[in-house]
Design a protein around this ligand. Structure first.
Ligand code: NAD
Ligand code: ISE
Length: 335
């Protein structure tokens, strides 16, 4: 049976996921869209045959043609949507963050544990990016030896209005937190944040760029340059330094041109473009697993662990000190 999906939140990501499910994903269709902005919901629903627009997530989740939920509302709205999905025992693909802080993430973890089975895949889509997948496979072969360090660069063209210094950690570096844990199979145990004099490109008061350092329980050191007002393009790069060699991804050299005394290529301008294939693979994997009655991919534990690292990161930024990460014991459901 075709999976009927309710997409909650029809902004930049939600609208793109609606298009993806309709045009790219097989085995699913969008039967409901939800937005607190009724006009927006109606506009997006009008593009899809047999799709109903709602303003209340609970009403959409109660509909007979809704079998699964994709949450793409802002982070603070995720907890309520997830708890309602649990009431209906519906499978969920939840855009990052799982929730905005560790306490609320822990509430979701407890609620899913009470349900007794995993229901949620968290939208850490880099795990579905072809280059990251290649890097993970290579590290797993052991050919390069043990990973010692991971260098990351994460650059956005410009921050949206209303951005704060904390959002570089909470909104952007979350992806490196997930990637670090996934690539290395380690938990992050401490965070330090160093900040240079802010770029003149950054809005007043925003500490951009930042240099973030993770320590892990496997003895690795990870650094992240996060620069969300670099002005020139969207870049996500990673280099693993191992005992017997290094491996680097994200250089974006799919095509190199030589002309007029110069060589070069094109830099993507945003995540929708850079990670298009990853989002496609992520949503297809979710639909396929759901139709098999399984839940795969990043779990609520991963969402919680990242939320805990974010909290340590924000304190490290504010207080200018190294902050240790506190995690509860990992429940059996997520072993
Ligand atoms: P957005 O502001 O463009 O869209 C959010 C939409 O949700 C808006 O239309 C808003 O009206 C609606 N909304 C607000 N509260 C709601 C509620 N309670 N119920 C239903 N709808 C509600 O935001 P966005 O950039 O699309 O981000 C959405 C989510 O996707 C966030 O969690 C964000 O962190 C995540 N995101 C992920 C990636 C990624 O690379 N994986 C990239 C960008 C954003
Ligand atoms: C955004 O929310 C994302 O998730 C993007 O992947 C990231 O690059 C960007 O910095 C965030 O704001």
């Amino acid at each position: 049976e075709t999976l009927g999906v309710a997409v909650i939140g029809t902004g930049k990501m939600g609208a793109d996921h609606v298009r993806r499910i309709q045009e790219v994903t097989s085995g699913a269709r969008v039967t409901a869209v939800v937005d607190v902005d009724a006009e927006r919901a109606k506009m997006v629903a009008a593009r899809v045959d047999g799709c109903t627009a709602y303003t209340d997530p609970a009403a959409a989740m109660a509909a007979a043609d809704v079998h699964a939920v994709l949450v793409a509302s802002p982070g603070p709205a995720h907890e309520a949507a997830l708890l309602t999905a649990f009431e209906h025992d519906l499978p969920v693909l939840c855009e990052k963050p799982l929730t905005p802080d560790a306490a609320s993430a822990l509430r979701i973890l407890e609620a899913e544990r009470k349900l007794g089975h995993r229901r949620v895949q968290v939208g850490f889509m880099r795990r579905y990016d072809a280059e990251y997948m290649k890097l993970k496979s290579l590290l797993e072969t052991g050919q390069l030896g043990r990973p010692l360090m991971l260098h990351n660069r994460h650059r956005n063209v410009a921050s949206a209005p209303g951005w704060t210094s904390e959002m570089l950690i909470n909104d952007s570096v979350t992806h490196e937190m997930d990637v670090t844990r996934w690539l290395l199979g380690h938990e992050i145990t401490a965070v330090t944040v160093l900040t240079p004099t802010p770029s003149d490109n950054a809005p007043d008061g925003i500490r951009d760029p930042q240099f973030v350092i993770f320590e892990t329980d496997g003895g690795a050191i990870v650094d992240v340059e996060i620069y969300v007002n670099c002005g020139f393009g969207y870049q996500v790069q990673a280099e693993a330094v191992c005992e017997r060699g290094t491996a680097r991804i994200g250089d974006g050299h799919a095509m190199v041109t030589h002309a007029a005394g110069r060589w070069g290529g094109i830099i993507a301008q945003d995540f929708v473009e850079r990670f298009a294939d990853a989002y496609d693979r992520e949503v297809q994997a979710w639909v396929d697993a759901t139709r098999r009655g399984e839940v795969t991919g990043p779990s609520v534990w991963d969402g919680y662990a990242v939320a805990a690292v974010c909290e340590a990161g924000v304190r490290a930024l504010e207080e200018g000190v190294r902050v240790e990460v506190e995690l509860v014991e990992r429940p059996a459901l997520y072993q």
